[in-house]
Design a protein around this ligand. Structure first.
Ligand code: GRF
Length: 295
């Protein structure tokens, strides 16, 4: 059978005539590695793992016309395998490290492909260099080689970045970036937004304000980023108690401990396409254990 001959060709490196990925033609004119996963005799298709242009895809490969590939097969079987992540930090980068660890231990189906920082000497940048992750300095303050917001957008697009994760990045994100990555930039904030957020609420100032208010609970918030500080749609939160005689440092440590797990869980959901947008614009995470449940 024609399709079976095709399948045997796929056991080695090479190119094939018809490939469909998420309903779009996938340009595979350059040689890439094709690894058949299983054979679908009903449709005469060979779903394959394809590594090309820095990405892995699960694709349907057919020797017949591209239109012959059923749409429902495209919906269920054709999806990118790993997402490409850019993390932005200004400090120690413990959230960045937690996310990076998640990409290595299999809990996050993605890879950190670049670290962006405004402080080249910070702990996050040092960790990235140790682990072979490229570091981009932004904003750059030294003349003459000014790196503009447009240059940053170009760099992230060239790296084929899917999601931008702010993890203690203390500069306002340029509007160009927000516009080029709509619904694809996340931030973590160490209070239960919308309380104790906005300009000036960062670091220990947040925890001092929480304690001074008498609030009995605090906790991290993960939200999408818009053009203001801490106002984008809330994606995930977790609570911790504020104890009677907490110092800001003690509360910060309790919140930070929750941040790491919350951020890894949220990024894992993004990378697995488990995010949906409610009609009123609120993002929800579909539970992995029970797809009928949302967090
Ligand atoms: C975290 O508390 C986060 O909520 C805030 O900045 C801090 C970053 O900490 N946005 P780290 O650099 O990840 O340790």
């Amino acid at each position: 059978m024609e399709a079976q001959r095709l399948l045997s060709r796929l056991s080695t490196n090479g190119s094939v005539p018809f490939i469909k990925e998420k309903g779009m033609l996938f340009d595979i004119s350059t040689p890439c590695f094709l690894q058949p996963t299983k054979w679908n005799s009903t449709f005469g298709l060979a779903p394959c793992r394809i590594r090309s242009n820095r990405r892995q895809y699960l694709c349907a490969v057919s020797s017949s016309k591209i239109q012959d590939i059923p749409a429902d097969l495209g919906h269920h079987n054709l999806k990118p395998m790993r997402k490409r992540l850019a993390v932005f930090v200004s400090g120690g980068g413990s959230n960045f490290k937690a996310i990076h660890a998640g990409t290595l231990n299999g809990s996050v189906l993605g890879d950190v492909v670049v670290l962006v920082t405004n402080k080249g000497g910070c702990g996050g940048a040092a960790y990235a260099k140790e682990h072979g992750i490229p570091v981009v300095l932004f904003p750059q303050t030294k003349e003459p080689h000014q790196f503009s917001p447009g240059d940053l957008v170009t760099t992230l697009r060239e790296l084929d970045v899917d999601f931008i994760l702010l993890a203690g990045y203390l500069k306002l994100i340029p509007v160009e970036l927000v516009q080029h990555f709509p619904k694809r930039i996340l931030n973590i904030h160490p209070s239960l937004l919308p309380a104790f957020g906005g300009k000036g609420y960062y670091g220990l100032k947040v925890h001092k304000a929480v304690i001074a208010s008498g609030a009995r609970y605090s906790g991290p918030t993960i939200h999408f980023v818009d053009e203001e500080y801490d106002t984008g749609r809330i994606l995930a939160q977790r609570t911790v108690p504020v104890c009677a005689f907490d110092t800001p440092e003690e509360l910060a440590a309790r919140v930070l401990h929750e941040e790491h797990q919350l951020y890894v869980d949220a990024v894992a959901a993004l990378c697995e396409d488990r995010l949906i947008w409610r009609d009123d614009g609120v993002p929800l995470i579909r539970s992995k254990a029970d797809p009928q449940q949302y967090n």
